[in-house]
Write a protein that binds this ligand. Sequence first.
Ligand code: HEM
Length: 347
Amino acid sequence: MADEVLNGDPLLATEYPPKGEKEAIDKIIGLLKERLEKDYPPPKRTRRDAHPKQHGLVKAEFTVSDNIAPELKVGLFAKPETYKSWIRLSNLNGGGSPDISKDSRGLAIKLMGVPGTKLLEDELNATTQDFVFMSTDHFVTKDVAGFARLLKAVNGGKLKAILYFATHLKLFKLFTGINIQVSNLFQIPWGSTTPYLYGDRAVKYALIPKQKPTATIPTGDDISDNYLRERMVENLSKGDVYFDFCIQLQVDAKTMPIEDPRVIWDKNKSPFIKVATVKIMKQVFDTPAQQLYGDQLSFTPWHSLPEHRPLGGINRGRKAIYSTMSKFRHKRNNEVSKEPTTWKNFD
Ligand code: HEM
């Protein structure tokens, strides 16, 4: 726990930045740039450092519920509205890695047409609000300093990584816990893992699928490397797909900390509450042009209204890390990242 808290109980929805955070963030940025330069020598196209394998970029509608309790009608969720959105689905590991490998999966939503000044100083007038999820309910390190140490070990090659995990068993357990096989990206729950403001409260987010979990992990000798995308294509050729977008309120600052996303907030203490519906419409999405467009977009939890500001050290770090790394890869590709204002058609 951060030094400031040692003298008293932590407060709800309150951040406690530890010493040395800025240095750790700079270190992470340096290590990530190094890795991109190594992995993508020109003329190779530079991909995202994390979540480069894109299963698809799909059109979706995000509809704020009309029956939200009055005290939860906050920010984006103040009134019922439907927002055109893009959703990008990904694997954490690189493009060459087959979907059957144990990995962490990503789902990032970008709502468009959201009024109000946003948080990023160089994108104050953007009309986008992003929500970023992983296929898990916890993160692997408490803070950016821990993440910087992990990254350094992993960047140092297999042997260094094995040694690091062997001497950090709790981290190893958390790491193996988030690296999973999945059967169908539309049939698993998604978690924000890190907390966010919700007005003057703190919440974590979850996306809960409405589809029944009917899919199974493929077996045999001829499993397609891209079966997750192929299943998305098949599902969306047949009909719409739905998720409940839910919040979980922080009700206890000690057992539901802001500064440690390794800790899963207890659902018995504070159950998830639905505040919106995500509808991914029946569509064709897997064209080369749409895939490239998804690769060029930038998602960050800091594309946000102030009412939903990211909280906690990992999220504070993500502010500079995502902006810097997105600009870095766009520059290497001679492209400019621009927030979209509506859907684009590619056929
Ligand atoms: C210190 C911790 C973290 C670091 C250093 C980090 C780093 C990154 C970077 C560099 C990118 C690519 C940005 C770009 O080029 O546009 C990225 C994307 C992503 N990150 Fe993180 N990340 C961290 C924590 C998290 C957490 C807690 C989550 C949980 C939801 C998460 C989920 C994702 C997802 C889903 C994407 C892909 C977004 C997209 O589709 O564009 N990351 N991350």
